[in-house]
Design a protein around this ligand. Structure first.
Ligand code: 6PG
Length: 252
């Protein structure tokens, strides 16, 4: 682990993990708003972040964030309607967005109403580029990208052997994913690696094996796409609980 730009925090339990991650998110928000007047965060989907998002919507954290300066995006999205139970936007809406004073214009969800997943990906990339006002080849720099870790080593919707994992030009990729029988829109490795900070949020015994593979195993990026995450000049924070960390040799 590169001590300079990769930090591992092991929480005693999920409650401590949520509190620690919420504190880091508040810190990044404050720093980004102080430096640039706004903070851009890409949210992770799945189930692990749900209690974290709920925690951000209540005291003390809810009072520590200037929601009018915060902009939310999603590091991946299922290609389903925004009110679908599988939607990552819907999960964030239920747990956080519906409870805080964030302006609608600051919520940049994937437009899954597009005719197909490829068009949705192109539209999202265009929306990201215009938000960051970047030239064609410059990679936008999110202040923070939240990521989960799947038991198969995927992160966002970068699944093993997926065509998205070798994408080196586009920032967002849309595809049908055979092994989950569904279509996904995902940030690609170049966009993730442009971030100032990336926060992996991993909890539970079921992730212990894969976390050890990702952090301590040989580099096999096509098999374990989470290993693709190596920010160019940003920092990776691994926020994990003791159950997820129990097979690790390295200790923080
Ligand atoms: C998604 C996520 C995905 C998730 C991992 C872990 O859309 O499902 O973005 O990458 O983070 O699959 O999911 P859990 O947190 O539910 O274990």
């Amino acid at each position: 682990m590169n001590r300079e730009r990769e930090h591992l925090f092991v929480a005693r339990d999920q409650n401590e993990l949520n509190i620690a991650a919420a504190g880091k998110i508040v810190h990044v928000c404050k720093e980004s708003i102080r430096a640039n007047g706004r903070c851009s965060i890409a949210l992770a989907g799945g189930s692990t972040p749900k209690p974290l998002y709920k925690l951000l919507s209540v005291r003390p954290f809810v009072e520590q964030i200037d929601w009018s300066r915060l902009h939310f995006f999603w590091s991946d999205e299922r290609f389903v309607p925004p009110d679908h139970p599988d939607s990552n936007y819907q999960m964030a809406f239920q747990t956080l967005l519906s409870k805080v004073a964030i302006p609608d214009a600051n919520v940049h969800r994937v437009e899954t109403e597009q005719p197909n997943v490829e068009t949705a990906a192109l539209q999202y990339e265009s929306a990201i580029r215009s938000f960051f006002n970047t030239e064609d080849d410059a990679v936008p720099k999110f202040d923070l990208i939240l990521l989960g870790l799947g038991e198969d080593g995927h992160t966002a919707s970068l699944f093993p052997s997926s065509p998205a994992i070798t994408e080196s030009k586009n920032l967002v990729f849309g595809m049908y994913v055979e092994n989950i029988q569904g279509s996904r829109v995902t940030f690609t490795a170049p966009l993730i690696n442009g971030a100032r900070s990336v926060l992996f949020f991993v909890s539970g015994t079921s992730k212990a094996r894969i976390l050890k593979v990702i952090l301590e195993g040989p580099s096999r990026k096509e098999l374990y796409p989470a290993q693709l995450v190596r920010p160019v000049d940003g920092t990776i924070y691994w926020f994990v609980d003791r159950n997820a960390a129990k097979e690790l040799t390295i200790q923080p």
